[in-house]
Structure formats: structure tokens, C-alpha cells
Design a protein. Structure first.
Length: 277
């Protein structure tokens, strides 16, 4: 039971921390530099310069219909967390008054995108959204899980950036696209795990020898899979091994030194769990 309460506590702590970080990206980088990074926040930024409406309050008003749709799709528990995140983000944006860190649009787009991506990634991992198009992306992701949250956000927000570009000019729209691209990448990084690694799949006649060297010299676990060549019908072991990025070159050298005819596949492995990771 205590684990359940612990998980709930960490979820809400993540929501608070994540929304605070997103708010800082708006107040320190985006709004002062007329960069509308898509979503309801982007629309609110445009309306702020057109009509002087407070950015946070405008976001809260625009999020109401999306919030109701989110409750219908994901249930009341999801809706409550999103409600908390939406209200907190709007509050933090209007309440925190800080001087912008830069008036260089490129720096604002890059660092604002990084910070916003970190904040949204934390909120998503807490099973919530901050409303707006990230809520729309969460809804779409439920029905199309093969498209990552980051890229769904990028596609939806591009339409909002186009609208902002019509008001601020094409150059500001280009800066917003840079911010969106960076934030989408960072969101996926946070969602899928910071501890990315590399997975090795090796087909070799010397699988036993290679496995022993990996176990003793690199100190990584090895799994031997039973394989059979479709053409030769010969049985041979297939090595499956996951290592950190710093060990990739060393492992390639070991495999090549033992069997320079080995068939080798190296691929990204995200969010690795288990011994050594």
C-alpha cells in the first residue's frame, strides 16, 4: 500500500516540478522574444501581443474544452492530474516575474526548447499533460501508440506556429519551429529514458568464444539465442548483448578480432532495465 502512496506522491511532485520548468521556458525565453512554440501557449503568446491578455490566464481559458475531451478519453484520474498541471502552469506563468535571459532569438529558441522539453517530459512521465496540444497529442497517442508523443506534438504544433508566423512574421515562425523540434526530441529522451544504450546482435561461428570475452573483459551479460541459416540450414548461436555507448567501440573490436566474418547488428536500446543498468 505504501508503494501506491509513494507513486502518487512522486507523480504530483513531478507535475509541480515539470509545470514550473515549462513556465520558466515561456517567461525567460519565448514570450519576451515573440516565439510562439505551438500549442495553447503559442496562441496565448500571440494574443498577449495583440490584446495584452495575460498569457497564463488565456491558456487556462483555452484549455477548458480540451480538458473535457481528455477526461472523456482517459478517465477522471487522468483528468484530475491534467487539471492540476494546467492550473499550475497558468499560475506559474502569470505569477513568476523574471527578466529574460536573452534577447537573441536563436538562443531563446534553443534553450527555451530544451527547458520546455524537459518540463513536458517530466509531466508526461507523471501521467498528465499541461493541457493544450500536448493534451491533444496524448489523446491521439492512445489510439496511435506507434507515433511518439514528441512527434505528435511537433505535427500538431506546426499548425499553431503557422498562425503565429502570420502575426509575428516568417522569421519568428522559423525560430518557433527550431524550439519545437528541440523540445520534441527532449520529450522523447525523457519519456524513453536518459540511460540509452546499444544492443548488439551477433551471428558468428565463434559465439561461445565471443561470449566468454564479453562476460570476463567487459563484464556484461550475454544471452545466446538459437538460430538457423535459411540458406545453409546450419544451426548457430546468436549473441544478444546490451552495453553502454562508451563500450561500443571496444566490443566491436573484440568481435572483429575473434571473428572478422561475424554478422553484426548494432541498434539503439532505450530505457534499459536490469543488472548493470
Amino acid at each position: 500500500m505504501w508503494r501506491k502512496y509513494r507513486d502518487v506522491f512522486y507523480d504530483y511532485l513531478g507535475i509541480i516540478l515539470g509545470t514550473l520548468i515549462v513556465a520558466l521556458s515561456f517567461n525567460l525565453f519565448f514570450v519576451p522574444n515573440k516565439i510562439a512554440p505551438g500549442g495553447v501557449g503559442g496562441i496565448a503568446t500571440v494574443l498577449y501581443y495583440l490584446f495584452k491578455f495575460p498569457v497564463g490566464t488565456t491558456m487556462l481559458i483555452l484549455n477548458i474544452p480540451l480538458f473535457l475531451a481528455g477526461v472523456k478519453v482517459h478517465g477522471a484520474g487522468f483528468g484530475f492530474k491534467t487539471l492540476i498541471a494546467t492550473v499550475l502552469l497558468s499560475f506559474f506563468i502569470d505569477a513568476i516575474k523574471l527578466q529574460p535571459l536573452t534577447h537573441n532569438e536563436i538562443l531563446a529558441a534553443v534553450y527555451g526548447g530544451i527547458i520546455m522539453g524537459i518540463g513536458l517530459g517530466i509531466v508526461f512521465r507523471s501521467d498528465a499533460t499541461t493541457g493544450g496540444t500536448d493534451l491533444a497529442a496524448k489523446i491521439v497517442h492512445k489510439f496511435m501508440p506507434y507515433i511518439t508523443m514528441g512527434w505528435l506534438l511537433f505535427m500538431i504544433d506546426t499548425a499553431v506556429v503557422t498562425f503565429a508566423g502570420a502575426v509575428f512574421g516568417p522569421e519568428q515562425a522559423l525560430y518557433a519551429i527550431i524550439a519545437l523540434f528541440i523540445s520534441s526530441y527532449v520529450i522523447d529522451l525523457i519519456q524513453e529514458g536518459l540511460g540509452s544504450a546499444k544492443a548488439f546482435i551477433v551471428v558468428s561461428d565463434k559465439a561461445d568464444e565471443i561470449s566468454k570475452v564479453i562476460l570476463h573483459d567487459i563484464d556484461r551479460g550475454v544471452t545466446l539465442l538459437e538460430g538457423r541459416g535459411a540458406y545453409t540450414q546450419r544451426k548457430k548461436d546468436v549473441i544478444l548483448c546490451v552495453v553502454s555507448r562508451t563500450e561500443v567501440i571496444r566490443l566491436k573490436e573484440i568481435i572483429t578480432a575473434i571473428d572478422n566474418k561475424a554478422f553484426l547488428i548494432i541498434t539503439d536500446a532505450r530505457e534499459v532495465h536490469g543488472e548493470g543498468f
